[in-house]
Ligand binder design. Structure first.
Ligand SMILES: [Zn+2]
Length: 105
């Protein structure tokens, strides 16, 4: 059972109730299975998005590393600096996604 917002009075009512217990407005009730399926779909979508982000971040890190590696003979060049920057962004981004996933679980 979930609590939803009444469309009329905005108070929290049970999703199973046929009408609002506060103002009597009819509630379009979703059954539990439907709600659960929607939640599972949302979780899956979020997971996919996080996976995409962590993939991009990993790519960032790798490209940054390559740029850094191939230009290490010229530590003042923009490619070297950009490489280091991309590595840092990729590493931080990837870590943030990882930590977020751990916390969310
Ligand atoms: Zn109401």
């Amino acid at each position: 059972m979930a609590l939803i917002q009444c469309p009329v009075c905005k108070k929290r009512v049970s999703s199973r109730a046929a009408q609002c217990s506060h103002c009597g407005a009819p509630i379009a009730s979703q059954d539990d299975e439907q709600t659960e399926r929607a939640e599972a779909r949302n979780r899956w979508k979020l997971n996919r998005r996080l996976q995409n982000i962590s993939f991009v971040m990993l790519l960032f890190f790798l490209l940054g590393f390559l740029l850094f590696w191939y230009n290490k003979s010229d530590p003042t060049g923009w490619k070297y600096i950009l490489g280091q920057f991309a590595m840092a962004v990729g590493f931080v981004g990837y870590s943030v996604v990882r930590i977020y996933k751990l916390v969310k679980k």
